[in-house]
Write a protein that binds this ligand. Structure first.
Ligand code: UD1
Length: 422
């Protein structure tokens, strides 16, 4: 298994191109199941999670071709030959559950394994299932699989989510496009990835209003058609690379970045003493002189501070002046990076969903273990700021969500290399 070796201490200067959003692409790809016509995604990120979704769609009989070095995904579902998403593929990635709504809406039946994914607490799919039931689906859980059917087709309905779920909103939104009648999704997620999905579905002929607010209304149509859609910028990759010069010092322009994608996060950076400026090409981030200041962080659904940037922000705050309190409100057990950061000399006290971080002058390089996708990149960020060498082991998580991280960072002067596993 590969590792990443980081030698800390170098200031970063330069430009980093930000890719299309993994999480948007993972919900846009299953949208191909809703139509016979071709769906083409441009600005796709080149990641192992995208390959996993490709394999899953192909296992259903969809055609998926990665063109232009993986930047373009040309898909067609005119000849689906299976409605069963097998455990062997689904267990690798939780987002696999997103094929359930589209398959059910198009074919009236689907059998989908219950998912696995990052080990960040119990992550049930009950909201996905309840939402689809509200559209008339009949569901049965048997042998680890969801057996779903809607013999007469799905119908419109009111879905009121008890709390915000990105994936459940996406699954129900896709299914609702092909129902008879009108559906209303209340307490829907407002993430940019939902807005992107709604735009793509609308380009395919769906009738949707209200995306980006907490109430989305969908007027079902008989059929959707093909479209070409550019994947929105990855706000989590953007935020991660914004933290790189913040943690090392220097100045980096994140190409393609927009403030509206990361407003709450950028506000916290500003409070910590980091300069963020929107330019015509992206977001320019610079650290003013001296150490950053401690700030408190509370994760929340969009437009709040994203849980997917909590681990990386913690890496920054490990060297801040003062004590920061980080509250994780979305996932239980999402502080697995804390003990690894402590191996590098960080002072962190975790109690339930709260981590108290007392900044130290300098972290020290150490061998550490990546436990999930965002944790792995937080350890790389910490390594960039640390004295000496940090070897981040088990980086397969990293490749799920960050394309060519070592290339992007070394182009700005970071000393970072991949060490091939045996
Ligand atoms: C998506 C993102 C993930 C991000 C998360 C929150 C993708 C592929 N992944 O995950 O990177 O961290 O949003 O921004 O887009 N929950 C339930 N029942 C459900 C569904 C969710 O209890 O049926 C809980 C989850 O355990 C979690 C919370 O709801 O505590 C929010 O999860 P959700 O928004 O659904 O996250 P995902 O869509 O899985």
């Amino acid at each position: 298994m590969d590792s990443i070796l980081v030698t800390g201490g170098a200031e970063l200067r330069g430009e980093i191109p930000i890719a299309g959003a993994k999480n948007a692409c993972l919900t846009l790809m299953p949208a191909t199941l809703l139509t016979d016509d071709p769906l083409t995604l441009t600005n796709a990120p080149r990641l192992s999670d995208i390959r996993t979704m490709t394999v899953l769609l192909q296992s259903l009989g969809a055609e998926v071709s990665a063109l232009q070095d993986g930047r373009v995904l040309a898909m067609s579902s005119h000849d689906l030959n299976s409605d069963r998403a097998d455990y062997d593929i689904v267990r690798k990635m939780r987002a696999s559950i997103l094929v359930l709504g589209p398959l059910l809406a198009r074919h009236g039946h689907a059998v989908v394994s219950l998912p696995g994914g990052c080990a960040i607490g119990a992550r049930p799919v009950d909201l996905h299932l309840k939402g689809l039931e509200a559209l008339g689906a009949q569901l049965e859980l048997k042998d680890g699989y969801v057996h779903a059917s809607a013999p007469g087709g799905l119908r419109g309905g009111v879905v009121e989510f008890p709390f915000v779920s990105v994936g459940a909103t996406e699954n129900v939104l896709m299914a609702a496009t092909l129902t008879k009648g009108t559906s209303v999704l209340k307490n829907a997620a407002r993430e940019p990835e939902i807005v992107d999905l709604a735009r793509c579905l609308r380009a395919m002929g769906a009738q949707i209003e209200g995306e980006g607010t907490d109430t989305i209304e969908v007027q079902g149509v008989d059929a959707l058609h093909g479209a070409t859609h550019p994947v929105v910028t990855d706000r989590i990759e953007l935020g991660t690379y914004m933290l790189a010069p913040a943690i090392t010092g220097g100045e980096v322009e994140c190409l393609g970045g927009k403030l509206e994608l990361v407003a709450a996060f950028a506000e916290r950076l500003d409070a910590a003493g980091i300069h963020v400026e929107e330019t015509s090409r992206g977001l320019k981030v610079a650290r003013k002189n001296g150490r950053v200041s401690a700030v408190d962080v509370e994760t929340a659904p969009f437009p709040g501070f994203p849980t997917d940037l909590q681990a990386q922000m913690m890496a920054l705050l490990c060297t801040a002046q003062g004590t920061s309190v980080l509250e994780e409100k979305i996932f239980e057990n999402r502080f697995m990076h804390a003990p690894e950061l402590m191996r590098m000399g960080a002072e962190i006290d975790v109690h339930g969903g709260t981590a108290t971080v007392t900044g130290v002058e300098r972290l020290k390089g150490a061998p550490v273990m990546a436990t999930d996708l965002r944790a792995s990149v937080s350890l790389i960020l910490a390594g960039l700021a640390a004295e000496g060498e940090t070897l981040v082991n088990r980086v397969y998580h990293l490749d799920r969500g960050y394309e060519r991280v070592e290339e992007k960072l070394s182009a700005c002067g970071a000393r970072i290399e991949r060490v091939q596993g045996q």
